[in-house]
Design a binder for this molecule. Sequence first.
Ligand code: WT7
Length: 631
Amino acid sequence: MSEKYEIGLGNNDVDIRKNAQSDFISFWDKQAHNLTWFSPWERTLDWNSPFAKWFVGGKINASYNTLDIHQKTKSNKPAILWEGENGDSKIYTYGDLFKEVQKFANVLKSLGVEKGDRVTIYLPMVPELPIAMLACARIGAIHTVIFSGFSAASIKDRIDDSKSKIVITADGGFRRGKIVKLKEVIDDAIKDFEFVKNVIVLERAKNEITISSKDKLWTDLMQCVSDSCDAEKLDSEHPLYILYTSGTTGKPKGVLHETGGYLTHLHSTFQWAFDIKDSDVFFCTADIGWVTGHSYVVYAPLLHGATQVMYEGAPDFPDMSRMWQILQKYKVSIFYTTPTALRMFMKFGDQIPNSFDLSSLRLLGTVGEPINPEVWKWYYKVIGKEKCPIIDTWWQTETGGMMISSLPGLETIPLKPGSGTLPIPGVEISVVDEFGTEVPPNTKGYLIIQNPWPGMLQTLWGDDEKYKTVYWSKYSDCYYAGDYAVKDEDGYFWILGRADDVLKIAGHRIGTAELESCIVSNDDVAESAVCGIPDEIKGDVIIAFVVLKEGILTDRTILEKALFNKIRNDIGAIATPKEIYFVPKLPKTRSGKIMRRLLKSIGSGNTIGDTSTLDDVSAVTEIQKIVENKS
Ligand code: WT7
């Protein structure tokens, strides 16, 4: 029996789960009325499995629902309390944001951007990033934000896939006191792309940049436009954005989210999970380049007219007290972060957070990876002072919003450290075996979602077939999440990690195939296999096994360096392995499948287990020796 924590915020809506269970479609229909529609929908859901259309016939706009609707009552209320890494700070009220977004929407129009066009955004965590996204949404352009830590080669693939007409970037961004030269990366990424008409450059770091005929400065453009631009009345299923994420194949997948369903999902989950009140100060530490930032930095808080903190830089810069300083300075009441960040804070001891006034906190959350019970308890005691419920929210880029979480804004249920608790109302989730049969309580299986839900992805950009095979083919009419999970005797879910070839490193998603194909593209390399091994802070770190071509004499230290550089250049620093091992052979089954499970055990120093399906046992002993010698 795991420990239970009886802590809530006093809310107890007993009917909502009952209503949701009896009819999930009319349940979501009711939720959608929380948004402002230009015209009502005719049908709540068209389900042509696995393609869903939510609120068909309804007309809506995401920018209207996050900005226009607040102008009467909240134009002077801070929307974004922005904290720069170097100590700069700025406040954007709902009125300021409204004006800036309309102006920038006019800028996009003046450059020929039309409804349905794609716009790539590669910006650091500055207010201009949500402004650019909301300006796209305002005119019906589809934004595709790329995390500013990705390299030129990664960006190139994404821009090529989305065929973006416009790219928005900055001269540079600050990261741990250094300037990351974003414009330079973009110059490199788009040099062969005729279809990119213009690059809009925000001057943030004031580093030197080269300006070509395609380039326009953000400030220059903003001077020549009016500050009024009406929001387009868009179909509910009009695409809002594409967000690329790693999958099991070499190429990242363009997850496409539409408007009405997605916003409905966010509006409801933000209320249920965070119990948001007008007086709250919300702080989600996610970078907007990932889905958490799209959903719970940009759209959900602004839908609710909430005040939030947005921080530009690294959580440990200039030192480990930065987060607590920000919490104290802005009197943050709701804090949403990752297990990786918490493990890092915990390692540096209680004294640092204890020397700050964190009494404004009333609710804590985590997202992105499993949280270890001892880290949960530390968060509860040291940060929350045993008075804040913790929500552990399970969801994915594809689900758009939270799917499993305790919901203190709705009900009070006992919390169990390490469990996300229950699915949100209106969503049915099970744990099944290989054949799709539900497994008994406390048994490991695959996590599936049984019905369509409003925040779900519409498809993969330009690839309906792949959408069907990746998510909807393993189990008929059910969404396959790619995670292992356990459901316990109380119906609580425990997520055990990925069941597919996707790694989770510090909460970020990296495809093994993507990384391996990058390593193999080095001329000296014949084969490669990567896997994740447990790490005290990051949850998992990557180790790579590399087989060289016959007769390669290149010095291994030089080769190793070349591979590290290649990974940083082709994917980004987040994919850098902790170790690269040069091995004579990879362990394979007789049918030729690489046994990553074995490599993982060897890399973690664990016992190997069953090797009966192995083609050549000597490969394993050799790899073990190599790993032992290096550590
Ligand atoms: C994968 C999705 C959720 C938005 C950010 C990540 C893992 C996510 C949890 C959690 C255990 C979690 C899963 C999932 N994951 N949240 N609370 N507990 N694991 O989105 O990059 O699309 O990754 O993150 O493995 O499938 P993502």
